[in-house]
Each structure stands twice: as structure tokens, then as C-alpha cells.
Design a protein around this ligand. Structure first.
Ligand code: BGC
Length: 785
């Protein structure tokens, strides 16, 4: 008989619980104080279950539910030591992170549900960021597909694999907007744009959680890091964030709100402070905005030891910070254990209200119920399911398809009368140069779940498979361990690379960053090519051109952040951004380089020319002195252009596209109305291809300054040569709105400009006017405290 059954709740799924020696009491407890939820976690069944259990729990058991501890790592995978097991048995632990594998998770769960007093199941979390074992492109790369179904598909497969291994919960998606590429965690998110970020956030939540969270293949998703973590000063990880309230709402919060609307079940606050308040102590953020304003009904888990770190932030001693975090709205503490160790005394002394602990417990129990853990705590995980579901041919196929969509063709010059790419198949010889070309670990990218480097197809492997009849030679040039070394390196490897460059028919230079050069705690002061790679590239290009001025030299980038590669852009025959594409990196890249798939990826970030341009983003403000090359006294630099090397949204294909005939369904409208824009998109080249048609909007004059343009829609369209399609975009009040001086969300009357085209530099423009008065879509949200 299950707890659910004892509570009078019908369930058709497995019965596993030991018979309970007592009757659960249905109590009408704190639920009245809890905010309403629109995310489905506060449904009647889950609430009754949570409330009933709450009535039976000791204070220690409650604090145990609020505690998440990391599993240890043994030779064969994660382990739990005897102390951890005993805590589960004693009801002093509600969750593990980093515990996966059907055997070990089932064993721990069995202890929780059979040997602990109240039989409450554990919830097991793991960072499944871009794949469990089948590793997909890093999230930044997938964002560049501008294909939400690709993002959802990768997340779905990751969920299928993770749940087979007993994982219930992922700490993804990361939805932090990042405008400064020095910040290593830019790789984990969707880049610089709130609109694209919101679309990708919602898609990943849907992919992870599926249609039904109770399904054994669904994982609970976590939106993180709430909030503005990407705004770290100087791009230095964990650094302070100073941001205006208006920018917070306009730029940083929209992807979080999108994830909440998509039903995300968990939230992780950010390590950083915002304007003086660390997020883990920020009741405005975690309660006023998240719970009360957005009606979030799931649970809030701290970041790793972040409650303890509130002491380093300078908020006080361990008791003070534990109390602050609980007050603010952090339900579960990851890694550190101040809740468990410090709060009991405080509650008993009446210094911390019991109701605060209770409502955190209820949030967690409701999520456990929503996952179906009270009906089947194992959620069907098994070694058989692991074998059948992990790294399948079908999953690899999906990884290759998604990776192809993510690759961005940045330049493609005409060399000897033909575009450098796709490569000619009748080459006799090809030289692949650069240590990253054989670095399978880097293909996986940062945060790669349980991905193994031996699963990954390297660039060299991919090309050898695709071109069995071409003599492919390889030279590292500069060894991988000097990729990190700054400054010129003299190495015999460069001489070897030059020799290959002279003798081969064409050259592929693979350059960039190793997988661990981006991600957490991997900020860089420079976003130029690290180490001696530029020196290598220059030597190779020089040698190749000396042997044959029309020799094709393709540069392929592998990296987790945009890199300032002006020289490569100017000097190579073609430049390809491949990011870190996961297990199918080499195959997907070969598909693109050989033209089996025409590139369709676009940049989800602006690419700077030099590091000093950072932060750089397309949706900037105009200033009173907009940059112009015509005269001196305006907002630019004296030593570099102010424009990016490549704009947000840029990406070429092997065909060309033309945009014509922009029409608007109306030229004047009220603030509450919508307008439809249509444009004719034509494949003007000689082969089929897919274009991401993008729509940008500007509010020409408003009571507060507005960005020069903002993405407000996109469509992926596949066209045969000569084929045209009419693409339409509908814009409504939400697209026109912004936060005014009183922080109301409004549409103001006046002129708007729209651009439709291939990137944020699109030039085909149209205009419309909003007439009438100010339309208030929403009163001011809770004001920042
Ligand atoms: C990261 C989180 C991650 C957590 C658990 C932290 O260091 O900031 O993003 O989910 O560790 O691994």
C-alpha cells in the first residue's frame, strides 16, 4: 500500500511501500498561506499528500528533506558511503546529486522507501546539460540552430537516457543571458538575446519534462541561475552584478519567465549578488517575483554550497545566512548542510518560524509527488532500460542532425572561380591541422554529463570516414597542451604543419578552445585564439599560398564562446564556427564541409573583433552620440571599429537568399492591436538550403530609451533553388511593450521600425505607427528591494 493510497488517493501504478504501521492524517495545513500555482505542482493530490506527510514529520526529518548531498565518486561510478546511507535511513536526507546508474540509485531509493521511518522517496538530481551519455552540441551551439524543436529533441533524448539511469531531475536549462564572452558559462546558455533565450528555455523545459512529468522518461527541469548571473562584472565568474531594475526585467528575466510559463519544476538561484543582495538571500527575487508574481509552484534548490557562501558575501554567520536563505525562499540546500545543522535550534527557540520550514518541505514533497515518486520511486529505471536506451543509433542520429543545424558558416570566399566550400570531392590530398582535430574530449564540450571521449567522432575521424579515397594527413602543429599558453611558441610542429600545407591540395585548420576552457570557473581575460594557434594559422596560410596562391585553406573553430578571429576571417578561404558539437562532431562537420548538408546555423551571439569590445551585443542603446566613422566625437574606439566582426544572427549557406516585398497588414494600429508582416523569401542560388528569416523591431521614440533593434520573431524556411515562399510574422502588444519610468509594462504611441532579413544587420525595413494613448499591459511588478 502506498502513501498515496493511504491518503485516499487512487493510483494505478506500482505499489511498493512497506505497509505503514499508522494511518496518515489528512490535514489542512499551511496550504492556505501558499501562493497559487499555475505550474501544476500544487494540485490537490500532491498538496494533500504533502500536507499529510508534514503532519507526521519530526523537525529533523523536515530539515532532512531540505538537504541535498553530493554522491562520492568511486572507480566505477558514483557511490554513497555508509554515513550517507545512514542519513537516508534516518530520514535526514531528501536528495542526492550526482548519483546515477540504475543499480546504485535503486539501492539508495530502496533504503529510503523501505528502511526510513516515513518511507519518503529520494529525489535524485544530476547536471544533464546537453545530454546524458549521447552528448549533443553545447547549448550555445544549439541556440544557433534557431530551431526550438532541435533543442526540445536533444532535451527529450537526454531525459530518456537520464531516467533509465535513475536520474529524476536535471539542473538545466541554464537560461542566463550573456553579453560578455569572457564569461566561460556563456557556453551553457542561448547567448545574448532575451527573445531567442526565451524560446530555447521553454523548448528545453518541454523536452526535459515531456507532456507528463509522471512519465518514467520525464526529468524535472531546473531553470538557472536566477538571476543575471551572466552579467558578472568583467566577465569574471561569480562576480558581482550591478544592473538596473529596468534591464533586469527587459533583458535578464524574460527567459526565466518563459521557463516558468512552460511549467518548469525547479529553480536554482545564482551565485552572484544583484545590486548588493546575493540571490540566495533575495526574498524579492525568490518570493515576491518568483512565487507571488509569477505563481511558481515548484521548488527552489540552492546552487552548490551557495547558502554557506552567503557568509563570504558578508551577510553574517552560519545561522544568519541559513535563516536569510530560508526566508528568501530557498527550499533545498545543495552540498552544504546549514539548514540541517543550524535551523533546528532556531526553530525550537522560536527565532525561525516553523511555517517557513513547513512550506519549503511542502514545495519539495509536491515536486516528488508530481514526479510520481510516491507511486513508483524507481520510475522504471533498470539496467535493461539503461542498455536499451543509452547511446542508441537513433540517439546518435539525432545528435548528428542537431549538430549539423548548429554549425555556422561565417565566411566563404570565391577561390579560383568557385566558393571554397563545399570542398571538392575530387581532391587528391587534404591536410588537417590543429590538435583540436583529434581531441575527442573537446568535441564533447563543457558539462558533458557522463559522455565519454571514446564515444565522440573527432574532426579527423569524420573527414576520414567521409572521404575514404582522399589521402588525409594530419599534424597537430602546436600540441594541445600549449593551446593554453599565451604568446609565441616555436615548435617543430609548426614546421611539420607548413610542410603538409605546401603538399596537400586543401587544408583544414582546426582551431579554438579545449572543452574545459569554457564552462564554470573558466573565464578568460582574452577571447582571442589561445596559445600559439594564431602563429600556427599564419604559418600554414603563408606556406599554402606560397605553394599555390589559390589553395583552399578552411578554418574551423571549435570553442565554447565567440572568439575574436579577425585575422582568420580576413585571411582564410572560409571560416566555419562549429562550437563543441558533442559525440557526432566530426560526422556533422564533414556533412557540412562536403556539402551533404547546407549550413543553416546562425550566430546566437555577436562576435567581437577584439576582446576590448566586450560586452558587445546587437540590441544595445543608441546613446546621444551614436557611433559613426564620419567624425570623432561619438561613441566608438580610436583603436578598433565599434562594430562586431560578425553580427548576431549572421550565418551563410551554400545558396543565397533574397528578401523582397515587405508588407504590413496595417500602417497604424492601437497599442492593444496586432500587425502582420509578410515578406517574400527566395532561394536565389543554385542549390537547396534553409534560411532563418529574422524579424527585428525598434520603438523609434519612447519615454525611456529603447534598444536600436530587438529580435521579435524568426522562421526556419527550406527552399529549393529559385523557390519563393511568403513568410509572415505577427507582432502584438507583448512585442511592442517595455517597462516605462514607473516600471509599468506599456505600449506607447509613436513610430516603430521593423527589419526583416538574414541577421541583425538586416536592411529591408518597414514602418508602422501606434496611435491613441499609452496601453498599460501590466502594472509595475514588485519593486526591487
Ligand atoms: C553550478 C550549477 C550546477 C551545480 C551542481 C554549480 O557549481 O553553478 O550550475 O548545477 O554546481 O553541479
Amino acid at each position: 500500500m502506498s502513501i498515496a493510497h493511504d491518503c485516499g488517493i487512487q493510483s494505478t501504478s506500482h505499489r511498493y511501500f512497506m505497509p505503514l504501521a499508522f494511518t496518515l492524517v489528512i490535514v489542512a495545513s499551511a496550504s492556505a498561506q501558499r501562493p497559487p500555482s499555475d505550474t501544476g505542482f500544487a494540485n490537490r493530490r500532491a498538496t494533500r499528500l504533502a500536507d499529510s506527510l508534514l503532519a507526521l514529520m519530526t523537525l529533523e526529518e523536515k530539515l532532512g528533506q531540505l538537504t541535498q548531498t553530493p554522491a562520492g565518486f568511486g572507480q566505477t561510478g558514483p557511490t554513497v558511503d555508509a554515513g550517507g546511507e545512514q542519513m537516508v535511513r534516518d530520514g535526514k536526507l531528501g536528495s542526492f546529486l550526482n548519483l546515477y546508474g540504475a543499480d546504485v540509485t535503486r539501492r539508495m531509493q530502496r533504503i529510503a522507501v523501505e528502511e526510513s521511518r516515513l518511507h519518503i522517496p529520494l529525489i535524485l538530481g544530476f547536471d544533464v546539460i546537453h545530454g546524458m551519455r549521447t552528448i549533443f552540441p553545447v547549448p550555445l551551439a544549439t541556440a544557433g540552430s534557431f530551431d526550438s524543436s532541435a533543442a526540445a529533441r536533444a532535451a527529450r533524448i537526454a531525459a530518456v537516457e537520464a531516467t533509465a539511469m535513475g536520474v529524476h531531475w536535471t539542473f538545466a536549462p541554464m537560461v542566463d543571458i550573456a553579453r560578455d564572452a569572457r564569461w566561460g558559462r556563456i557556453v551553457e546558455g542561448a547567448g545574448e538575446d532575451p527573445y531567442l533565450g526565451s524560446v530555447m528555455a521553454a523548448a528545453q523545459v518541454r523536452g526535459f519534462q515531456g507532456d507528463n512529468l509522471r512519465a518514467p522518461t520525464s526529468v524535472l527541469a531546473t531553470m538557472k541561475h536566477f538571476a543575471a548571473y551572466g552579467g558578472a562584472e568583467a566577465g569574471r565568474d561569480y562576480n558581482v552584478v550591478s544592473v538596473s531594475e529596468r534591464d533586469l526585467w527587459n533583458v535578464y528575466l524574460p527567459p526565466f519567465h518563459a521557463a516558468v510559463r512552460a511549467g518548469v519544476g525547479a529553480v536554482m538561484p545564482s551565485f552572484n549578488e544583484i545590486n548588493g543582495t546575493p540571490s540566495h538571500a533575495n526574498d524579492w527575487l525568490l518570493t515576491d517575483v518568483l512565487r507571488k508574481y509569477w505563481h511558481f509552484g515548484g521548488m527552489v534548490v540552492s546552487d552548490w554550497s551557495a547558502i554557506m557562501e552567503l557568509m563570504q558575501h558578508g551577510l553574517g554567520d552560519s545561522v544568519t545566512v541559513a535563516t536569510r536563505a530560508l526566508h528568501a525562499g530557498v527550499d533545498m540546500e545543495m552540498s552544504s548542510a546549514l539548514y540541517r545543522n543550524k535551523l533546528a535550534t532556531e526553530v525550537r527557540a522560536g527565532r525561525v518560524p516553523k511555517s517557513l520550514v513547513d512550506s519549503a518541505v511542502v514545495h519539495i514533497l509536491r515536486v516528488k509527488a508530481a514526479l510520481g515518486l510516491f507511486d513508483d520511486p524507481y520510475r522504471g529505471s533498470s539496467t535493461e532500460r539503461e542498455r536499451a536506451n543509452i547511446l542508441t543509433a537513433e540517439h546518435r542520429k539525432a545528435a548528428r542532425e542537431i549538430a549539423r543545424e548548429a554549425i555556422v558558416l561565417l565566411t566563404n570566399r570565391t577561390v579560383g572561380g568557385a566558393p571554397a566550400l563545399p570542398l571538392r570531392r575530387d581532391l587528391r590530398s587534404l591536410a588537417v591541422i590543429g590538435a583540436l582535430a583529434v581531441d575527442s574530449a573537446s568535441a564533447l564540450g563543457a558539462w558533458h554529463g557522463i559522455g565519454r571521449k571514446e564515444d565522440a567522432v573527432t574532426v579527423l575521424d569524420g573527414l576520414r570516414r567521409a572521404l575514404p579515397n582522399v589521402a588525409i594527413s594530419y599534424a597537430a602543429g602546436v600540441p594541445l597542451d600549449t593551446v593554453r599558453v599565451e604568446g609565441p611558441v616555436s615548435t617543430p610542429g609548426i614546421t611539420e604543419a607548413e610542410q603538409l600545407a605546401r603538399s596537400a591540395d586543401a587544408i583544414i585548420l582546426v582551431l579554438g578552445e579545449t572543452g574545459d576552457m569554457s564552462g564554470e570557473a573558466a573565464s578568460r581575460t582574452s577571447v582571442e585564439l589561445p596559445g600559439a594557434q594564431l602563429q600556427l594559422a599564419q604559418a600554414v596560410v603563408r606556406a599554402a599560398r606560397a605553394s599555390n596562391p589559390t589553395k583552399v585553406v578552411i578554418a574551423v573553430l571549435m570553442n565554447g564562446r565567440p572568439l575574436a578571429v579577425q585575422w582568420l576571417a580576413d585571411s582564410t578561404s572560409a571560416l566555419v564556427e562549429s562550437w563543441h558539437l558533442g559525440v557526432e562532431h566530426g560526422n556533422a562537420l564533414a556533412d557540412i564541409l562536403l556539402g551533404d548538408y547546407a549550413p543553416s546555423g546562425k550566430l546566437p551571439v555577436s562576435v567581437p573583433r577584439v576582446t576590448g569590445q566586450l560586452p558587445i551585443y546587437y540590441n544595445h542603446k543608441n546613446t546621444g552620440r551614436p557611433p559613426s566613422e564620419r567624425e570623432k566625437w561619438n561613441s566608438k574606439y580610436i583603436d578598433a571599429p565599434w562594430t562586431p566582426l560578425f553580427p548576431f544572427g549572421h550565418g551563410l549557406s551554400y545558396t543565397t537568399f533574397g528578401y523582397t516585398n515587405l508588407r504590413l497588414s496595417r500602417s497604424t494600429l492601437r497599442g492593444s492591436d496586432s500587425v502582420t508582416l509578410t515578406v517574400d523569401l527566395t532561394n536565389t542560388g543554385k542549390r537547396a538550403g534553409t534560411e532563418v528569416a529574422q524579424l527585428y523591431l525598434r520603438d523609434d521614440a519612447a519615454s525611456v530609451t529603447r534598444p536600436v533593434r530587438e529580435l521579435r520573431g524568426f522562421h526556419r524556411v527550406t527552399l529549393q533553388p529559385g523557390q519563393s515562399e511568403t513568410v509572415s510574422f505577427r507582432l502584438g502588444p507583448d512585442d511592442f511593450a517595455f517597462y516605462d519610468r514607473d516600471m509599468r509594462r506599456v505600449v506607447e504611441p509613436g513610430g516603430f521600425t521593423v527589419w526583416v532579413g538574414e541577421s541583425s544587420a538586416a536592411t529591408l525595413e518597414g514602418h508602422f505607427t501606434v496611435t491613441g494613448g499609452v496601453t498599460v499591459l501590466a502594472p509595475a511588478p514588485p519593486r526591487f528591494r
